[in-house]
Design a protein around this ligand. Structure first.
Ligand code: UGA
Length: 419
């Protein structure tokens, strides 16, 4: 139902970080948007104007817009375009689980049988190349009135709304111009290059982008590990490298490795789909191996100063996979705390946002405390780069820093993971 101001009516299925940001972002741009999610609690919160996720900018933006949320997929019928934003979590073998993409697509197919007029379905979830063609096209079983496009997102948690409003690029995967034109029209007032290509290339652009970011992080971690053994500061080295316009300065912060819901799983998925295509992605396998080994260095450095961890209390500053989020998925804090506990250490932890989520994984075996209480431990590990950790008093402490918190250098004993 195109509105008289030329704006489209949009439905977004799957209201996680990506879906909710997409819904709110399009609403901020003046489109009428309906958000659809099977979680009734999430729907209720959104309709009350409460953001169900901790995400900078999203809570404020949600209050500014008139976003209607519902659990009823039939509401998509009254819209022109549906964005499929379901999560694609990893399976045990490294490939991705398409349930949250396929299932809504099936529901949509049933709903669209009643549709009079054109409807565009957009795959926004991150998938491996070939997924839309092999899985979504057959599920939707579309006719000439139902189109399909691929439109990957490049949103970072913590800055998702800003990334949506000021995208670096808009990638549209299409088979027929008509549908690509319809999607390009939605993005016409964004100040970003629009690249139009086929389905698989659009899917690969997203996968390759995340794999490249992961590669940069593992690369600088490797350089950092070398620098540490040679007595150099990798941050100085990265600064010098970043001044080269061909290299750039982003994603060169060495530390405990990359976590979160996206980079680790997308890397595994790409390695796994390359294998299916009879190609061994050697560089990517090594990026992954380095990322798995990097947190082990934190334990090794700690044991230099406290050789026997049994009975020692280790304080953890930071549980989220990065700053400005409460997300702990694939956070390096999980594996580091498991390793400490296996050695018999007691763990006290603080994070400004992520403690409620962390409690779900470690309900009893971790003592949750204030930052000052954490500093009373026998040694402290810094695992997330929250700004506020620069305001603490580290004097007299043993600190193993995985995130380069400058103030922590005043500690009695200070070890950076790779500096
Ligand atoms: C990532 C990508 O950056 C987004 O472009 C993409 O849209 C998103 O995944 C997705 O696929 O949905 P995000 O998961 O929010 O976004 O995380 P990043 O900000 O990229 O950070 C990932 C991890 O790398 C974090 O653990 C972070 O601490 C680590 N990192 C990042 C470093 O260790 N060093 C750096 O220099 C940069």
């Amino acid at each position: 139902m195109t509105r008289t101001n030329g704006k489209k009516t949009i439905s977004v299925i799957g209201l996680g970080v990506v879906g909710l940001t997409t819904a709110v972002g399009f609403a901020l741009k003046g489109h009428k948007v309906i958000g659809i999610d099977i979680d009734p609690e999430k729907v209720r919160k959104i309709n009350e104007g409460t953001c169900p996720i901790f995400e900078e900018g999203l809570s404020c933006a949600l209050k500014e817009v008139n976003l209607i949320a519902t659990a009823d997929h039939r509401q998509a019928l009254d819209t022109d375009i549906t964005f499929l934003c379901g999560g694609t979590p990893p399976k045990a073998d490294g490939s991705i689980d398409l349930f949250f993409l396929e299932e809504p697509a099936k529901q949509l197919r049933a709903v669209l049988k009643e549709k009079i007029g054109d409807h565009l379905v957009v795959v926004r979830s991150t998938v491996v190349p070939g997924t839309t063609e092999k899985v979504i096209v057959p599920v939707l079983n579309h006719n000439e009135h139902v189109g399909i496009c691929v439109n990957p997102e490049f949103l970072r948690e913590g800055t998702a709304v800003e990334d949506f409003m000021k995208p670096s690029r808009i990638v549209i995967g299409e088979k027929e111009n008509k549908w690509g034109d319809m999607l390009a029209d939605v993005y016409k007032d964004y100040n970003a290059p629009i690249m139009r290509t086929d389905f698989s290339t659009a899917e690969m652009i997203k996968q390759a982008s995340n794999a490249y970011l992961a590669t940069r992080v593992s690369f600088i971690n490797e350089i950092g590990n070398i620098c540490k053994s040679m007595g150099m500061d990798v941050y100085e080295v990265a600064k010098g490298m970043g001044l080269d316009a061909r290299i750039g300065k982003d994603y060169l912060n060495a530390g405990i490795g990359f976590g979160g819901f996206c980079l680790p799983k997308d890397l595994s998925a790409l390695i796994s789909s390359a294998k299916d295509a009879n190609y061994r992605a050697g560089i990517l396998e090594e990026v992954q191996r380095l990322n798995i080994n990097q947190p082990v260095r934190m334990l090794t450095l700690l044991k230099k100063h406290i050789p026997v961890l049994k009975g020692a209390t280790i304080g953890i500053l930071g549980l989220a996979f990065k700053a400005d989020t409460d997300d702990i998925r694939k956070s390096k804090a999980i594996e580091i705390i498991h390793a400490l506990q296996e050695e018999g250490a007691k763990v006290t932890a603080y994070d400004p946002q992520a403690m409620p989520n962390f409690r779900k994984v470690f309900p009893d075996s971790v003592k949750y405390a204030t930052a000052d209480e954490v500093l009373n431990a026998d040694a402290v590990m810094i695992l997330t780069e929250w700004d506020e950790f620069n305001n603490l008093d580290y004097r007299g402490k043993i600190v193993i820093d995985g995130r380069r918190v400058l103030k922590a250098r005043e500690a009695r004993i200070y070890e950076g993971i790779c500096w």
